[in-house]
Ligand binder design. Structure first.
Ligand SMILES: N[C@@H](CCC(=O)N[C@@H](CS)C(=O)NCC(=O)O)C(=O)O
Length: 281
């Protein structure tokens, strides 16, 4: 680490380590400078009009190591990961717990207990679609994996080979989303009940910014109902405002040596804007 870098990193670490329920004057979110998994959290804060601080960490800062080889910024987080959310009542270091907390606080948690559980289930499915051992993230990351293995994994994931033990890869996760959408007895176009919930925001991020961004033709061609869903959610006025004006320009770090699929700002724009989309009444 250069002297200049280490000064900046030390200040960043001091700021992060100093966050707690007593020290924050506003809700504070710490995350990378990408869409990643923080989209539903940031969008929910925007929908609720919450005045908050956002501390963004670049991949360069995250990668800084001290003389013993330890990643110094990573060490500032209990679980070694971002996001971190702190307000005057809570200190939360797991994205799904942050989402659940904000959903409850800002009326995105359904109308009764049964809906709340259904929302939790869709959110768990959305999380699995990225982070489960059969999730998309495993396929996107190529660092340290030989090219032919990366390609074979991707082909299998897309249904052109045997994937893992018994999962359907890309289609398996998307089929699950279709079944959850169809299981809503109200057929409202939302995942749960008759109005927008955290389930829709979490699902939107995974479906649009990850799955559709990864394979747009397959997504739109094979899953028109999920494509229609993301267009509907994107047309909801405050969500549209968030997408148009606040969301980060990329889903994932712009590091071709790490990932097989990087979403450019232009590609991200095309995923939901400029096509027929009417908000859910
Ligand atoms: N279960 C955690 C996982 C968080 C996670 O893996 N975050 C990623 C960013 S999306 C991260 O911190 N990556 C950097 C690292 O693990 O070093 C959550 O949902 O918050």
């Amino acid at each position: 680490m250069s002297e200049q870098d280490s000064g900046g990193i030390e200040a960043l670490c001091r700021t992060i380590s100093g966050l707690n329920e007593q020290s924050v004057s506003k809700p504070t979110l710490v995350y990378f400078d990408i869409i990643g998994i923080a989209w539903p959290i940031r969008c929910a804060l925007h929908l609720a009009g919450v005045d908050h601080d956002l501390i963004q960490i670049s991949i360069g800062e995250w990668s800084q190591r001290d003389s013993s080889g330890a990643q110094v910024v990573k060490r500032c987080f209990r679980n070694g990961h971002v996001p971190l959310y702190v307000d005057q009542d809570v200190y939360l270091n797991q994205s799904t717990v942050i989402m659940d907390y904000l959903a409850t606080k800002h009326d995105l948690a359904g109308d009764h207990e049964k809906e709340r559980r259904a929302i939790a289930e869709v959110c768990a499915h959305a999380y699995d679609a990225l982070f489960h051992w059969s999730g998309l993230l495993q396929i996107i990351i190529k660092r340290g994996i030989p090219d032919d293995v990366v390609e074979a994994r991707k082909e299998a994931y897309m249904g052109r080979g045997v994937w893992g033990v018994a999962t359907g890869g890309f289609a398996g996760h998307l089929d699950g989303f279709v079944r959850y959408l169809e299981a809503n007895p109200s057929r409202s176009g939302y995942f749960v009940g008759n109005r927008l919930s955290m389930a829709d925001l979490h699902a939107f991020n995974v479906l649009c910014n990850w799955y559709k961004a990864f394979a747009p033709e397959t997504f739109s061609g094979s899953y028109p109902q999920l494509d229609a869903f993301i267009h509907r959610i994107a047309a909801t006025p405050r969500v549209k405002d968030y997408i148009d004006n606040l969301q980060e320009p990329t889903t994932w770090f712009n590091l071709p040596q790490i990932a097989i699929r990087l979403t450019s700002p232009e590609e991200l724009q095309g995923l939901v804007s400029g096509q027929a989309s009417s908000p859910i009444p």
